[in-house]
Write a protein that binds this ligand. Structure first.
Ligand SMILES: [Zn+2]
Length: 137
């Protein structure tokens, strides 16, 4: 059918056909341009997606760190439970029985006459000295 129509074309129809062909090539070039634009936009889109992924990974990585911090906190929690008993003992000991001075007035020094342990290194028994009345205990 189409071939028959082409064969029977009048000069006017032929001119119209050429115009249409020009229009088609123009449309194809426009289509090509838009395809180039699409590919450019796709590239841009993939770049933006990569940026988004990077940005999303950053808080995620910090979230991954937080449980590690919590696991580190576990031994830290053990230390405070030890520290209060230790400080309470120190506070009890750090009071001069002679004059009643407390805290920084009491110095803790090694009593070189009383060795607790010889190996791996010498550990002397600690003694307290009151800096106010020089009472040793
Ligand atoms: Zn004292």
């Amino acid at each position: 059918m189409m071939y028959n129509n082409l064969d029977d074309l009048s000069p006017e129809d032929e001119a119209e056909l050429r115009q249409l062909e020009v229009q088609i090539t123009e449309l194809f070039s426009l289509l090509e341009k838009s395809e180039i634009q699409i590919s450019l936009l796709k590239d841009e889109n993939s770049q933006l997606k990569a940026q988004i992924q990077k940005l999303q990974q950053q808080p995620r990585s910090s979230q991954y760190k937080s449980p590690q911090v919590e696991t580190i906190k576990v031994p830290k929690e053990v230390i405070p439970t030890v520290v209060p008993t230790d400080t309470s003992l120190r506070q009890n000991k750090r009071k001069c029985p002679n004059c009643g001075a407390m805290g920084f007035s009491i110095k803790e020094v090694d009593d070189k006459t009383k060795i607790i342990c010889y190996s791996p290194r010498k550990i002397y028994k600690k003694k307290k000295v009151c800096t106010k009345c020089r009472f040793e205990f």
